[in-house]
Design a protein around this ligand. Structure first.
Ligand code: 13P
Length: 249
């Protein structure tokens, strides 16, 4: 059985006061809750880990540098993230690919740095609106998987998040058929490259406008093992029903 994961990406939102949402979330979570991960902004990581300790909620970062240390002003390394007590780091989010021109090769290096620090890498992929309209989704995804996933992926060191860029923050969500098609395709690709023992066990998340009212539909897809949620992860009252929908799927 693959583990289910409800992951929240707070992006550049939240202050220390927002960490009260962790306890609120714990109170609203069902007893059979799947794994839950919150990725707050980097300055909150230490405090988030403290606040989450009694809740069972895991904490992750939103990006890391590919190097362990050095003259990289403003950056943070995977080792530093691990030092806060965090367990995961998102790499290759489309907002970073776009705003910082991160390419597959950068994402691959960051994922390896995450592994070296003992973190699970949440590797993001997803096609643009133009590629979606031109029916190039599967080609783009195949290229991103080939380029962004390092050799050495195991059943526990990686989570893959498929986030169509046109669905992020727009309220637009692919149809269930489209979600099934892409996640089945990703599953097939990782099984053929890494073998069934690994490829079958990697959790695949869907991300892009996941909300309490569409989560159950999204989790119907057999190869969707959870979600990477932006806006609706900021408030416990919005994230908890998504977690419950995943638990019930
Ligand atoms: O980018 C996302 C999560 O990483 C998705 O964001 P939204 O859920 O706000 O669309």
């Amino acid at each position: 059985m693959r583990r289910k994961l409800a992951a929240g990406n707070w992006k550049m939102n939240g202050t220390a006061a927002s960490l009260a949402e962790l306890e609120a979330l714990k109170a609203l979570m069902p007893e059979n809750a799947p794994d839950v991960l919150i990725c707050p902004p980097a300055p909150l990581l230490f405090r988030a880990n403290e606040a989450a300790r009694a809740t069972g909620i895991q904490i992750g970062a939103q990006d890391c540098h590919a190097q362990n240390s050095g003259a990289f002003t403003g950056d943070i390394s995977a080792a530093m993230i691990a030092d806060t007590g965090a367990s995961h780091v998102i790499v290759g989010h489309s907002e970073r690919r776009e705003a910082y021109e991160e390419h597959d090769s950068d994402v691959r290096k960051k994922a390896k740095a995450a592994w070296a620090a003992g973190l699970t890498a949440v590797i993001c992929i997803g096609e643009s609106a133009d590629n979606h309209s031109a029916n190039n989704t599967l080609d783009i995804i195949a290229g991103q998987l080939a380029g962004s996933l390092p050799d050495g992926m195991t059943a526990t060191n990686t989570v893959i998040a498929y986030e169509p860029i046109w669905a992020i923050g727009t309220g637009k969500v692919p149809t269930l058929e489209q979600i099934v098609e892409v996640h089945d395709f990703i599953r097939g690709k990782i099984i053929s490259r890494f073998g069934a023992e690994i490829g079958d066990m990697i959790p695949l998340l869907y991300g892009g406008s996941v909300k309490p009212d569409n989560a159950a539909m999204i989790f119907k897809a057999e190869n969707v093992d959870g979600a990477l949620v932006g806006g609706a992860s900021l408030k416990a009252a919005d994230f908890a029903p998504i977690i419950s929908a995943l638990a019930d799927s």
